[in-house]
Design a protein around this ligand. Structure first.
Ligand code: EAX
Length: 328
């Protein structure tokens, strides 16, 4: 073999190895917006541990909690261009990338956690995961953020009328913005990375998030009141950049899938534990908890969001399918 041919072959082999699968240690970035001590942090750690074990130490994970790599929308954009490898994110901004995901964000759609998990782990949820490929992402698995509750610093919220004129931060999600507009609030969409400061400065009166987010971010430091509205079930998505995914061998992709499964298990276990004593925890830190609100009144008041946006995003049938699947 001539010298030139040998050099070329060597170079091709090296590139092939690099893109066809990793023969040397590689570190993947993993983003989340809550603190590491949270349900998303538990998921990230389980993902990292499983991947490291299954790859024999070849694939390690550098976890970036607390929005260090940006808000959830920016992180999704980062994965699309390959500057971020993986993340756990709420579905808040995801509808802007895959409109079908808006079907999961309608108020009072899921009747309880067990139903939500069953549907997301079943054909409906798995089919939705398959829709990310065309936008440069790989939907690996459905984790959980939890049922969203309403906090504020102004007064106890018992009825939709109590929300009139309240500046409530929402995620960058058109369905949620419409829902809070419908009840007469002043919805203020923003990335989670800006929320704590906005609450401390009083530029917003309230926000809405599941108990694990309220607890892991110590929202009692700026929010006096919490109402157990359970107004939206918020899934969490374990997702990878398609650029990263395509650079992995089949074995490595299998290990990533196992890591995502372990992440969901750890995430859901953390949510169960935190929610079980969530009300006591929030009360112990001085929050005034409105435990029983008229959910039917909130559902009715938020209904316009469904009628307007299910049609706009073409998810009327999918929402009906989710509703029917819970009747069985
Ligand atoms: O994903 O932005 C939000 O309110 C999300 O629930 C939070 O970042 C966790």
């Amino acid at each position: 073999m001539s010298f030139l041919k040998a050099i070329t072959t060597g170079a091709v082999l090296a590139v092939g190895t690099m893109y066809g699968g990793t023969t040397w240690a590689r570190t993947l970035s993993f983003a989340l917006t809550p603190p590491l001590e949270s349900h998303y942090g538990a998921a990230a750690k389980a993902f990292a541990e499983t991947l490291k074990t299954e790859s024999g130490g070849k694939l390690t994970v550098n976890i970036s909690p607390g929005g260090a790599l940006g808000g959830e929308r920016e992180v999704l954009e980062g994965m699309q261009i390959g500057t971020i490898d993986a993340a756990i994110t709420s579905t808040g901004p995801v509808g802007n990338f895959v409109p079908d995901i808006y079907a999961l964000d309608f108020p009072y759609l899921f009747k309880d956690t067990a139903s939500a998990r069953k549907i997301l782990d079943g054909p409906i949820g798995q089919d939705l995961l398959g829709k990310f490929d065309k936008v440069g992402l790989v939907g690996l698995a459905w984790g959980e953020n939890g049922f969203r509750e309403l906090t504020n610093s102004v007064h106890p919220i018992k009825t939709p009328e109590d929300l009139k004129g309240l500046k409530v931060r929402t995620m960058e999600n058109q369905v949620h913005i419409a829902a809070f507009k419908a009840v007469g609030a002043a919805p203020t969409p923003m990335s989670w990375t800006e929320v704590i400061t906005a609450l401390q400065q009083g530029t917003i009166d309230g926000q809405e998030n599941p108990i694990p987010i309220i607890v892991s971010n110590k929202l009692w430091e700026s929010q006096k009141y919490v109402s157990m509205t359970d107004h939206v079930y918020s899934p969490a998505l374990i997702v990878m950049s398609k650029i990263t995914w395509d650079s992995l061998s089949q074995d490595e992709q299998g290990w990533v899938r196992d890591a995502a499964t372990a992440a969901v298990k750890a995430d859901r276990a953390w949510v169960d534990k935190t929610v079980a004593d969530g009300i006591a925890t929030m009360k112990s830190h001085g929050m005034q908890v409105v435990e029983h609100v008229d959910k039917a009144a909130f559902a009715k008041a938020m209904e316009p969001a469904y009628t307007e946006y299910a049609k706009k995003f073409g998810v009327t049938d999918l929402v009906e399918k989710i509703r029917k699947a819970q009747e069985q």
